[in-house]
Design a protein around this ligand. Structure first.
Ligand code: GSH
Length: 172
């Protein structure tokens, strides 16, 4: 049995749950988050699932992020590392076809998304969905209202990196 701490609205949790389901590995999901709860993001006034700031959780995952897994006593965090673990240990035939080239190719794209794609996606979700409008960089917190890319020069350091400079979003 694998125990997963996470939340269903987390992309990083979802990829782990997806791999477990595809591999028919029995698992238990414990809802955990500092930012989301049963009624959505805490910025909307709801309570978070919690757990991630407890000493017991921090002892497993000092980042306080989700997901974290416990696989028969083996604790692991970082979703892509968890996927590698599952592919190597739990379901090599299903998740890699037993071919190291498939694993290497998967690692290539997972590294690319970590490095290049997800920081920008995070910025978009925060700016377009989660932050109250008054707190968005695109709404004048650090510059003129409207498209953040229309601002002249560099933005303040509290804006996400992707919004700090006039840099087209497709420039990855
Ligand atoms: N690189 C990490 C990112 C972990 C992460 O930032 N997870 C987000 C959810 S997608 C999180 O913990 N958010 C804060 C929270 O929900 O408390 C991974 O792939 O596991």
């Amino acid at each position: 049995m694998v125990t997963v701490w996470g939340r269903p609205t987390s992309l990083n949790t979802q990829r782990v749950l997806w791999a477990l389901a595809d591999s028919d590995v029995p698992y238990e999901l414990i809802l955990a988050s500092a930012t989301m709860g049963p009624n959505g993001h805490i910025s909307k006034g709801g309570a978070a699932f919690g757990i991630v700031n407890t000493p017991a959780y921090r002892a497993m995952n000092p980042n306080g992020t989700v997901p974290t897994i416990d696989d028969d006593g083996f604790i692991l965090w970082e979703s892509n590392a968890i996927l590698m673990w599952l592919a190597l240990k739990r379901a090599p035939e299903v998740l890699s076809g037993g071919d190291p080239r498939h694993l290497a190719r998967a690692l290539q794209w997972m590294s690319w998304t970590n490095e290049r794609l997800e920081p920008l996606l995070h910025t978009l979700v925060m700016e377009l969905v989660r932050l109250p409008e008054a707190e968005r960089c695109s709404q004048g917190r650090e510059g003129p209202r409207g498209d953040p890319r229309s601002a002249r020069g560099a933005r303040g350091s509290s804006c996400p990196p992707a919004l700090r400079h006039r840099r087209p979003l497709h420039h990855w």
